[in-house]
Design a protein around this ligand. Structure first.
Ligand code: CA
Length: 603
């Protein structure tokens, strides 16, 4: 670019800054006086990455690059997503509640009574606009790599929703090595590159590596024009199937044979040392249908441990490629001027997706899996054609110290680790904050950082109000939370419901993960949701119920007539009744006769 061009683009930036001043009454993220350049924004999303999976959040998994962002920024411990992939992503990119933006239910699980109703389209609908669109309007380059999961039709793909460049997997999951997907009806994953549907994948494709290569290429191609960029790095990793190159499979051999309880205890100990969890935190109950690992034979523990070895490898490989991106940004001098946001999109995956799809012998999809997902030998785990996930025991480890996992509205389904770093963050480097935050807050926060604005109308139609709150003042260190004690958050997915206000949370879940009734928890005293206080605090239950009703009315929540979880009670073993002492059978202690009446057998 010549000198005149540079001067012109500088003038555009100044004009953008002036525009921001008009739009935002009191912008708390003041970049204007410090630097003439607006920061780049990089969102690094780990698919099904758990709260406790980064080293900086207590994991033994080695994530030096993600940890370096945590050390340069702030770790947030009260950050909420939704309980599954596309609902979280829809709020991230629209800033609007799922029941309004089209992901009132996941496309894969829309109930009969939700079909055809606005807000339940199963893709990001046209009632909302998107963060990349508004950032593009504000003068940013907008790039996306990785998983989209919010629609496949030409008007629903990343290129149609504000991304200038993209390399995207449109499906919710699939092979990391090729285009193989999961069902006979939809056997191939669908990819786009710059708005064109791909006929095949690039040579030497491996999802995490290729996404990173593509993104670096996008940034490199435009970097001489001086415009800031927004990159949505929506990694497929570490979502199952655990597919990873050979050299990443063997870094933790035998390390998990000690079993899930021991690893959870170790992670909690580190979380307490770091100050992520309070010193008196107790672990959530081990799910009642899981064995105590010490009762398992060594071979069984080794084979279950190997699944966690592969998961750890997936996370470490993800971290490695994040490190490549960081190194590249440092090399071109953009690292210091980049805001990073790192988080997982929902709780770790403890459900058996593969069994849900292909678990029933005699079905079409069982046959499809037998042909396309046949590499079942442990030595082939990680290869194309293998399908490994790690089960509820290790998902609980990933969500230490919380209860339950992905799909549910217990903390293990919706609370995740968040790191924010970069020029917008004025809090001490490496510090930890417990403010109450939500993924829908990212839209107003990032618009504030970028000097963009949220319009009231789109093509003459009113846009729905943003449901989140900007973190501007909090990142600047002026307040400890974007929310007051009166503000509340609420969720609904698959018929499960929850609301949180202050330290209190009210939750309704299907049996047997819930009671099929409202349960009340004090998350400050009991983050692992061990003690249901509903009977002791009926007034609090009523107050929170009123908030949930208000949320449901405002957002047109339609409880599903069918749920993925509705028959789970018939599938899982019965929970030992809470009422201790019943049935007497399992509480009868060993009868010990009076010692003086005992004798050895007669010869
Ligand atoms: Ca996910």
């Amino acid at each position: 670019m010549n000198q005149n061009g540079r001067a012109f683009s500088r003038m555009q930036r100044v004009l953008g800054i002036v525009a921001m001043g008009l739009v935002l009454a009191a912008p708390s993220i003041a970049f204007a006086e410090e630097t003439a350049r607006r920061p780049n924004i990089v969102i690094i999303l780990g698919d099904d990455l758990g709260f406790a999976d980064m080293g900086a959040f207590g994991s033994e998994i080695k994530t030096p690059n993600l940890d370096s962002l945590a050390n340069d920024g702030v770790r947030f411990t009260n950050f909420y997503t939704h309980a599954s992939c596309s609902p979280t992503r829809s709020m991230l990119l629209s800033g609007v509640d799922t029941h309004v933006n089209g992901l009132g239910n996941m496309d894969e699980w829309i109930a009969p009574n939700q079909r055809g109703i606005p807000g339940y389209e199963g893709y990001l609908n046209n009632q909302v606009t998107t963060l990349p669109q508004l950032l593009k309007d504000a003068g940013y380059h907008t790039y996306m790599v990785g998983k989209w999961h919010m629609g496949k039709a030409p008007d629903q793909i990343p290129a149609a929703r504000g991304f200038e460049r993209d390399f995207s997997l449109l499906d919710g999951a699939g092979s990391y090595w090729d285009m193989t997907n999961f069902t006979g009806a939809a056997p191939k994953s669908v990819f786009t590159e710059d708005g064109r549907y791909l006929t095949r994948l690039p040579d030497n494709y491996y999802a995490t590596k290729t996404y990173t290569d593509k993104l670096i290429g996008f940034i490199e191609a435009n970097r001489s024009d001086g415009k800031p960029f927004f990159a949505y790095v929506s990694h497929q990793a570490p979502h199952d199937p655990f597919h990873l190159p050979q050299e990443w499979r063997t870094r933790h051999i035998g390390e998990y044979d000690k079993g899930w309880d021991a690893v959870r205890q170790e992670r909690l100990k580190r979380q307490v040392e770091f100050g992520i969890m309070p010193a008196d935190t107790k672990l959530a109950e081990r799910m009642w249908f899981l064995p105590d690992p010490i009762v398992l034979a060594p071979a069984a523990r080794a084979i279950l441990g190997k699944k966690m070895e592969l998961y750890a490898g997936m996370v470490e490989n993800l971290d490695f490629h994040v490190g490549r991106l960081i190194d590249y940004l440092k090399k071109i001098g953009e690292y210091e001027n980049t805001v990073f946001l790192v988080f997982g999109d929902n709780g770790a995956e403890g459900n058996d997706l593969f069994a849900q799809i292909a678990g029933k012998p005699g079905t079409r999809d069982f046959l499809f899996a037998a042909i396309n997902w046949s590499q079942t030998h442990p030595n082939a785990w990680g290869d194309p054609g293998s399908y490994v996930s790690y089960g509820p025991m290790w998902a609980q480890v990933s969500m230490t110290p919380f209860s339950q996992y992905k799909g549910w509205l217990a903390e293990g389904g919706i609370r995740n680790a968040l790191v924010v770093s970069g020029p917008a963050v004025k809090r001490p480097k490496g510090s930890i904050n417990g403010g109450l935050m939500h993924v829908a807050d990212m839209m107003p926060t990032l618009l504030e950082i970028a000097g963009g604005s949220y319009p009231q109308t789109l093509n003459g139609r009113a846009l729905p109000a943003l449901s989140g709150k900007s973190w501007g003042q909090m990142l600047a260190g002026q307040v400890e939370s974007p929310r007051t004690e009166q503000d509340y958050l609420a969720w609904e997915i698959f018929g499960n419901r929850a609301v949180r206000q202050g330290n209190w949370k009210l939750r309704w879940q299907y049996k047997p993960f819930g009671k099929g009734d409202w349960e009340l928890f004090n998350l400050k005293a009991d983050p692992a949701e061990r003690n249901n206080l509903a009977a002791e605090h009926p007034d609090k239950v009523q107050a929170l119920l009123a908030l949930w009703d208000s949320y449901a009315r405002t957002n047109n929540v339609i409880l599903p007539s069918r749920s993925v979880f509705e028959t789970l009670e018939d599938v899982l073993p019965q929970r030992v009744p809470d009422d201790t002492g019943y049935p007497p059978l399992i509480y009868k202690k060993q009868f010990v006769p009076p010692k003086e009446m005992t004798a050895d057998p007669k010869p």
